[in-house]
Design a protein around this ligand. Structure first.
Ligand SMILES: [Zn+2]
Length: 257
């Protein structure tokens, strides 16, 4: 890993409250009162795979998760490993719905829970404390290579005036560089001279991209968890040869007023 791809490690802590135990980014939740940030744990009734992707009852499950976290509204997207993000400020005040086809969501209002569905891909959390705006991205190698982070940061600037240097950014539980072997063509996508398969630290690549977009190195953190080598806490697409479930990564701002 080059220096430009390293970042401080922040390990999410387990919160056993039900029905969905989760891993919460306590550092952010204490820095920003009202912020809710984390990812669900794998479990018998905790598969957040999208409808048509094997998981049944997706919407009622999202409703239970939102309720557990204190929200009456939640929004997700139909994820296609692209670079498009969707501004969710027009979502209903109550209810649970898809915002359409995209791989990221941003919002500048409270009491709306953003969700992305992952199992090895990177859930990438962004907070703009100055404007109380948030963004949550689903970044697999395709989305990262297509520049979803840059698109998302541009969308935040356009929508809320967010300056990259003022943002906080966290790369959540995802497959680690030691576990993620990819083909030479993928490595070449990220600028590596490769003639054979090799290992890819996707979170490291995203850290490098964030720095390139002007995010401050001391405002970036990455999870200590790998979805594949952390045992059965998380679902891992690679670890199960593609057959396992999916976690819901979540980010929202609760405003009790
Ligand atoms: Zn690993």
């Amino acid at each position: 890993m080059s220096r430009s791809e390293s970042a401080r490690t922040a390990r999410e802590r387990r919160d056993g409250a039900g029905p969905f135990p989760s891993y919460r980014l306590k550092a952010w939740e204490s820095d920003f009162p009202g912020l809710v940030c984390g990812i669900t744990e794998a479990g018998p009734d905790a598969d957040f795979g999208a409808p048509g992707n094997g998981a049944r009852d997706f919407v009622p499950r999202v409703g239970r998760l939102a309720c557990q976290l204190g929200f009456r509204a939640a929004v997700w997207t139909r994820q296609i490993h692209g670079a498009a993000v969707c501004r969710a400020d027009g979502s209903p005040e109550t209810g649970f719905e898809s915002a359409g086809e995209a791989d990221g969501l941003l919002a500048g209002r409270a009491n709306l829970l953003l969700l992305v569905i992952v199992a090895d891909c990177v859930p990438l959390y962004v907070v703009d404390p100055d404007h109380r705006a948030i963004m949550l991205l689903h970044a697999g190698w395709r989305g990262a290579a297509a520049g979803i982070l840059g698109h998302g940061l541009s969308a935040m600037r356009e929508a809320y005036g967010s300056k990259p240097s003022a943002l906080r950014l966290h790369l959540g539980p995802a497959i680690c560089g030691g576990c993620y072997e990819v083909g030479a063509e993928v490595l070449r996508t990220f600028g590596r001279q490769a003639g054979s398969p090799g290992r890819l630290d996707l979170r490291g690549k995203l850290v490098g991209q964030a720095l390139g977009h002007g995010v401050s190195p001391d405002r970036i953190s990455r999870s200590g968890w790998c979805t594949r080598c952390a045992g059965d806490r998380f679902y891992s697409h690679r670890g199960s040869q593609g057959g396992s479930g999916r976690m819901a990564a979540f980010l929202g701002w609760l405003d009790p007023g």
